[in-house]
Design a protein around this ligand. Structure first.
Ligand SMILES: [Fe+2]
Length: 376
């Protein structure tokens, strides 16, 4: 078993206090902060910035878009280089976190964004990189992956390298209470898929198994409460831990076909990542069930306390309904006449289909998109 190195982790209400010392230890003096327009206006951001700015110069890129494009990340890199940044902080949801990883990579590797796409295309360790999540889903704070959008090909592309692992991450439940209910539900379902897929992947191992099962229990316990009671700090902490554990699970195993099937929905129809995963979870899990009944029973038991392979999908569909998510591609506004294009596109996501526990043919892909369209 090989485990991906883990960043230093600081958890709790006062975790940001450690940021000053961590930046000093890393020798950071000019810090480029990547965030989004909403987060940049919050009290939590101001607090973080004031700690980062102690005896250090700080520049902020606050315009990160959802599903950041490779072009936008190239623009961030240009600004960070002009500023002569020697460290990067990514604060926000998956988009700023993922973008910040590639910015930090570009500061120590003289490579364009497109040349870092794929596996192990970042030769040197990134510049000191610190991550502060404000959503609970991507687990990006502990993963060696960054997802960007290729606008020309209308596809998500991944930078995968241990050299983009953050140096430290700060998990502060209070920073996640500003998440609107729709973001709570979609990001929470992203974490559900990370855990489930990591547990079923052909790359699974005892470590990823443990992390995945614990994440699922926390999601069942806290996601609905976090959705209904945004200020409930116990629920927010539970989901932050779930996202973190699920991140550790899939970075040490892998995601599989749910994420693969979600990519064309994001790339072609701009469906948010977590929602795309939630929409495809049912059909893909149903496809994967045969031959994997024991693993499904483990998942169901960890998730809802019932050791029965058949209950996992119905239980997650109920959760999705309770947290206000669309139950079909039709309901999400995806045109039926694009199902064929998406089925063809997903067959190209070989990196993820290759680690799925069951084989998927083009005919299977057509059927699964149709099931998702009809909400089956
Ligand atoms: Fe994901």
């Amino acid at each position: 078993m090989y485990l991906i190195p883990m960043p230093e982790i600081f958890c709790g209400s006062d975790a940001l206090e450690a940021l000053d010392g961590v930046l000093t230890k890393a020798g950071a003096s000019r810090i480029f902060i990547v965030t989004g327009p909403h987060i940049s206006k919050t009290e939590g951001f101001e607090k973080m910035k004031s700690v980062a700015a102690r005896n250090r110069a700080v520049a902020v890129f606050a315009e990160t878009l959802g599903d950041p494009s490779m072009e936008q990340v190239a623009e961030m890199i240009a600004q960070a280089k002009t500023f002569k940044a020697d460290a990067v902080i990514g604060m926000g949801g998956g988009s700023p976190m993922d973008a910040s990883k590639v910015v930090a990579a570009a500061l120590s590797n003289d490579r364009k964004v497109e040349d870092m796409i794929g596996a192990d295309a970042v030769p040197k360790r990134c510049a000191p990189l610190f991550i502060i999540p404000t959503t609970s889903g991507t687990g990006s704070e502990v993963t060696n992956i960054s997802i960007l959008t290729d606008t020309k090909e209308q596809m998500k592309k991944a930078v995968v390298s241990n050299n983009i692992l953050p140096y430290a991450a700060f998990l502060v439940p209070e920073l996640t209470v500003s998440m609107p209910p729709r973001i709570t539900s979609t990001t929470g379902m992203d974490a559900f898929c990370h855990a489930t897929e990591a547990y079923l992947s052909v790359k699974k191992n005892p470590y990823s198994d443990g992390m995945a099962l614990r994440a699922l229990g926390l999601i069942f316990q806290w996601l609905e409460t976090a959705y209904n009671e945004p200020e409930n700090l116990e629920a927010r902490e539970g989901m932050l831990m779930a996202s973190f554990f699920a991140g550790l699970a899939f970075t040490n195993s892998s995601v599989t076909a749910i994420h693969a099937f979600a990519y064309p929905l994001g790339g072609r129809h701009h469906v948010p990542h977590g929602m795309a995963n939630a929409l495809m979870a049912g059909p893909v899990l149903n496809h994967n069930l045969k031959g994997n009944e024991e693993r499904f029973a483990d998942l169901a038991e960890a998730f809802c306390g019932i050791r029965d392979a058949a209950v996992l999908v119905p239980q997650v569909q109920t959760l999705k309904k309770n947290i206000g998510l669309p139950m079909s591609l039709a309901e999400a506004g995806i045109p039926e006449n694009d199902l064929e294009n998406m089925a063809e596109a997903v067959m190209g996501v070989t990196r993820l289909l290759a680690v799925n526990p069951a084989e998927i043919t083009l005919a299977d892909a057509r059927r699964m998109y149709t099931e998702a369209y009809n909400g089956e």
